[in-house]
Design a protein around this ligand. Structure first.
Ligand SMILES: Cc1cc2nc3c(=O)[nH]c(=O)nc-3n(C[C@H](O)[C@H](O)[C@H](O)COP(=O)(O)O)c2cc1C
Length: 177
């Protein structure tokens, strides 16, 4: 059994990427894995201040939930990063979240990663910059294993993803963790 942590960064609760997160979670849970989801919009994370206090303490000085989320990441075997595509990159909440991993990113070793991206555009190559942004985070970790990418392309309005093949694909990818 693996510990799976899903980071859902869209501001739209129940939006396309959040729905794909839930599909992935459904598949993984059915196979007996333990899954937790963090919906970033609810957490109201502050920006990294680059104060570097975390170098001494391994804790962030901000009094929000990021220290707890970081501990969940260190504990997890599998991390799913889900973002809508905003101006052809990740959304601001995902970027703030990644920056806030500074206190313990060097302890996030040997994790398996899945990416979920959603966009109005139906071109997968047009998602490259967004995927590369997520890979930039992985480049800073020790031995990350990129296991899969779920492209929710051609999905603009809420619920658009329900009618796309990626809806089932996310479930199947969760099953195959
Ligand atoms: C601020 C903003 C910027 C966006 N930029 C793009 C974009 O560059 N390319 C694109 O294809 N869709 C863009 N979209 C559309 C979203 O990616 C699309 O609605 C997606 O389904 C949102 O996913 P969500 O429901 O998980 O939030 C943008 C939407 C917003 C609100």
């Amino acid at each position: 059994m693996k510990k799976i942590l899903v980071i859902s960064s869209s501001p739209r609760s129940g939006g396309n990427s959040d729905v794909l997160c839930d599909q992935f979670i459904k598949g993984a849970s059915e196979n007996g894995h333990s899954v937790k989801k963090v919906f970033l919009q609810k957490e109201k994370l502050n920006y990294c201040l680059a104060c570097y206090k975390c170098r001494e303490t391994e804790r962030c000085i901000h009094k929000d939930s990021m220290n707890d989320i970081i501990d969940m990441m260190v504990e997890a075997d599998v991390i799913v990063l889900a973002s809508p595509v905003y101006f052809y990159t990740i959304d601001g909440q995902m970027k703030v979240f990644i920056d806030r991993c500074l206190p313990k990113y060097l302890q996030m070793n040997n994790k398996e990663f899945y990416f979920i991206v959603t966009a109005a555009d139906d071109s997968i190559p047009a998602m490259n910059r967004t995927i590369e942004c997520l890979r930039g985070f992985l480049d800073c970790l020790e031995n990350p294993i990129e296991k899969g990418i779920i492209y929710g392309v051609g999905a603009w309005e809420k619920d658009d993803v329900l009618d796309l093949p990626v809806f089932d694909l996310a479930y199947r990818m969760g099953k195959e963790v």
